[in-house]
Design a protein around this ligand. Structure first.
Ligand SMILES: O=C1C[C@@](O)(C(=O)O)C[C@@H](O)[C@@H]1O
Length: 846
């Protein structure tokens, strides 16, 4: 395997009916990549003929040649940003196809259960001739899909780099897609896992995961950075079984990373197979893209080295267990060094049978002294007497859960360990702060470039302040995914970029600052010393402070602001931010040109009827809502809800709806918001959930906040009305692109009223537009010419980053060095830094 790199081409293979085109296309959209469906490419290369027609007219050999040629062409044409190519199921049928795939990295197989593939093919075209595979628009082999699956599987396994298993019976396409996108993201090393203080893994000791309730898995994962997937404890070590179990845990746990462990009998586990089997099973772990993998260091060193060279983006934990005795310091030191795999392990783990109380300290001391920089250590003593070592062990501490059997003698729960650390004032110094944002391809590239920028600036600032914290970007789309990150013991807070800041609001409303409360959204979350998550809206706060600093006094009532750009299209949150920032100064009105079309914008409540007596999944995800009821986190593209939406476009169930009543059972009292951001289900919601899971016919009532038009926002029907306005104090650019038409319409207003013009967008519009016709006509240029006071985008970013850091750390932010870093960032975009940045950096005086 060529290792971790940004691939130009991601090739997707697997049986027809596995979901290659559907998942491949969705993943491409979310990751911002191009997408090629090879069947489509073949059709356009053959004058619009579909594969079955090509086969019927010209035979299989011809078809396979065209198929391989089209694949080569697609690879050659792949753009530098990256392309996902979904192949036909039969590309592996020829030697040439196999050869082409062997030369590519990464080749990803979608491994859907054979029963589901057969079901899918039959469903797509019921009554299709036997052996047609049920799909008359695709080429058929004249054999049953089950036989094709058996014959092709070894070939797929030979060429794949990664295998994405789909749990049998999976019907929720939306949750599957999220799983797949996260899988690709991790396999390709876009987002390496970070190891910090107060991080844990819970050892899951279950014999199987498919049949257990997802609720149990979610509860076990709650607060755990990683789940240890103990392969050796599974009821069957058949590869096909293992991959199904992996799929089941991933499906249930909203992205909790896995540590794949095959613990052999002499290390206290149940694996008693050969060395060959051990490495084969571990290889399977790499192909299913586990985030971490435990490698016992007592196996043959050349085999270990060989394996380490193939690890890709999976992090390794080199491990050693001695259940019989306490080694002396020299032996311990040597063992830690060995477990660090020559510096290539992410963590070295040594677990021994301690004797005295002092041994708990010794394993920690030796671990800290011996592992190379960049490698964490786990040093533990087993049994009752070794519990102290678990309290002392800071990074990736193994733990159990009250609902599980312990994974080793002496294991404690995360709560027990944290409680002991709190009492002993031993909570670790490093905290993780994540920038939670949309997937790269979603919400526009501006959002992801803003996420990356914030993460770099904050990481720099932590270094400057000599704080051991880390900052990184983590994509999340749903409240549940975000909550997974926020409930970690090592989480110090987060920044939220994009609409999730509004989605998260209901569950944290009780902990919102005044301005965040006014905005109805939050962009900065801080965990206080009691573990409670507080919500702030730094963008609104900074806008308000900046305008005040420019002399816009509090109590400017009766005046108005004008928002330009189309923020609502990608981020309805930014409108709320501007509104609350201005409202805090007493500007209660805001005008925006061109209302954005939003789903059922003014429906206040909706009732929908779902009937599952004919089978099928509901097809939506809910989470508990502190405002009472269940919040709809996502609506899948398949299932009863999707069908309802299709049949009743005016009464659609949409993300953000709050279910308050099911079959007459409703929310009777309004529970307060839970402390922190705990995804537990309150009593009332439990009653709703029960109805949802038990009843066949569901009459569901949901409340909906009108979207896109928060109070105080007025939409202007046409641009011409801008010309006659008389009361505009502030103009805010809430989007990078302001049309030339808008600029022309607004210019007379700028000249007449000389409002303050604030840019709340990244990258700065003048830079984003450079090279296009916009640069000469940029709104900021017009404002400058009209003599308005201007606040440029990077200036707002500087303020917001400082406020974010101050909220997170409670310390003054290193403003000067953040300004320097921003100058470099602006430079990367090919522009000269604005004067105020130079001034803030102390390098020039404007
Ligand atoms: O290596 C370890 C640590 C452990 O043995 C413990 O002592 O907690 C538990 C195992 O599941 C894990 O693989």
């Amino acid at each position: 395997m060529p290792g971790v790199q940004e691939p130009q081409v991601i090739t997707i293979i697997g049986m027809r009916g596995a979901g290659k085109s559907t998942l491949g296309k969705e993943a491409a959209i979310r990751l911002g990549l191009d997408f090629v469906d090879l069947d489509e490419a073949i059709t356009s290369a053959c004058d619009g003929k579909r594969p079955p027609q090509i086969v019927a007219e010209s035979g299989w050999d011809y078809f396979r040649t065209v198929e391989a040629d089209c694949y080569v062409e697609a690879v050659t044409q792949a753009k530098a940003g990256g392309t996902v190519i979904a192949c036909g199921g039969g590309i592996i049928e020829t030697d040439r196809g196999m050869e082409l795939l062997r030369a590519q990295w990464p080749v990803v197989m979608i491994d859907r259960h054979v029963d589901d593939i057969v079901g899918q093919l039959e469903k797509t075209a019921p009554g299709a001739p036997a052996g047609s595979g049920g799909q008359n628009h695709r080429a058929s082999l004249g054999e049953h899909p089950r036989a094709t699956h058996t014959r092709r599987m070894p070939k797929y396994l030979e060429v794949l780099d990664f295998r994405f298993p789909v749990v049998k019976g999976e019907a929720d396409l939306e949750s599957l897609t999220r799983c797949f996108v996260r899988f690709l993201h991790r396999c390709l090393g876009y987002q390496p896992l970070q190891l910090v203080s107060d991080s844990f893994f819970v050892t899951v000791t279950l014999p199987e995961y498919v049949e257990v309730s997802p609720e149990l898995l979610r509860s076990v994962a709650h607060g755990s950075d990683v789940l240890e997937f103990r392969v050796d404890l599974l009821a069957s070590l058949e590869h096909s079984n293992i991959v199904q179990q992996v799929a089941a845990v991933r499906r249930a746990t909203a992205g909790t990373p896995l540590l794949y462990t095959i613990r052999s009998t002499e290390h206290g586990g149940k694996f008693s197979g050969s060395e060959k089997e051990y490495f084969e099973l571990n290889q399977l772990g790499l192909t299913v893209g586990v985030e971490l993998l435990d490698l016992e260091c007592t196996w043959d060193s050349s085999k270990i080295n060989d394996f380490v060279s193939r690890k890709g983006s999976t992090l390794l934990v080199g491990s050693y267990h001695n259940f019989d005795r306490m080694p002396d310091r020299a032996e311990l030191a040597e063992t830690f060094r060995r477990c660090s795999l020559g510096g290539r392990a992410a963590a070295a783990k040594v677990v021994v049978k301690g004797g005295s109380r002092e041994d708990n300290w010794i394993v920690q001391e030796v671990g800290a002294a011996e592992v190379p920089q960049g490698c964490a250590f786990i040093g533990l003593c087993l049994g009752e007497g070794g519990r102290l070592s678990r309290v002392l062990n800071q990074v990736l501490c193994p733990a159990t859960h009250p609902r599980l059997q312990v994974g080793a003698p002496g294991q404690l729960t995360i709560q027990e360990i944290l409680e002991a650390r709190r009492r002993l004032s031993l909570l670790g110094p490093s905290r993780q702060f994540c920038i939670i944002g949309p997937w790269r391809g979603q919400g526009g590239s501006a959002s992801s470039s803003l996420c990356d920028l914030q993460a770099r600036l904050c990481a720099n600032a932590f270094r400057e302040l000599s704080l051991p914290h880390i900052c990184f970007v983590e994509p999340a789309e749903t409240v549940v995914e975000a909550q997974r990150l926020l409930c970690l013991a090592s989480c110090g807070g987060a920044a939220i970029v994009g609409p999730l800041g509004q989605d998260l609001f209901p569950s944290l409303a009780g902990q919102a600052s005044e301005i965040a409360g006014m905005a109805g959204c939050m962009d900065c979350l801080v965990r206080d010393k009691d573990g409670v998550i507080k919500g702030e809206c730094v963008a609104a706060q900074c806008l308000s402070a900046r305008l005040q600093g420019l002399g816009l006094s509090v109590g400017a009532g009766g005046r108005a602001g004008l928002i330009l750009g189309q923020p609502g299209r990608q981020n309805p949150m930014s409108v709320r931010v501007v509104l609350s920032g201005l409202a805090s100064l007493g500007i209660g009105r805001c005008l925006m040109v061109k209302p954005q079309a939003s789903d059922a914008a003014d429906v206040k409540s909706a009732t929908f009827l779902l009937d599952r007596s004919g089978g099928g999944q509901l097809g939506f995800e809910v989470s508990d809502c502190s405002g009472g009821g269940l919040r709809v986190d996502s609506v899948g593209t398949e299932g009863l809800a999707a069908e309802w939406n299709q049949r009743n476009p005016g009464l659609r169930v949409v993300k953000g709806d709050r279910i308050v009543e099911v079959n007459g059972a409703g929310v009777t009292e309004w529970p307060g918001s839970p402390p922190g951001c705990v995804a537990t289900v309150s009593k009332n919601s439990a009653a709703l959930l029960e109805q949802l899971s038990r009843e066949q016919i569901l009459n569901v009532k949901a409340l909906r906040e009108p979207q896109g038009s928060p109070p105080g926002l007025e939409h202007l029907d046409d641009l011409a009305s801008v010309a006659s306005m008389t009361d505009i104090d502030v103009v805010v650019l809430a989007d990078v692109f302001v049309s030339a038409e808008e600029i022309r319409a607004v210019t007379p207003l700028l000249e007449r009223l000389k409002p303050i013009v604030v840019e709340m967008a990244w990258p700065p519009s003048e830079l984003a537009a450079s090279g296009t016709t916009q640069s000469s006509e940029s709104l900021l240029a017009a404002a400058r010419k009209a003599g308005c006071t201007i606040v440029e985008g990077p200036e707002m970013i500087l303020d917001q980053t400082c406020s974010l850091l101050e909220a997170w750390t409670g310390q003054a932010a290193p403003r000067q060095s953040i300004a320097k870093a921003l100058i470099a960032e602006v430079g990367k975009l090919g522009a000269a830094p604005p004067k105020y940045l130079l001034k803030a950096a102390g390098t020039a005086w404007a």
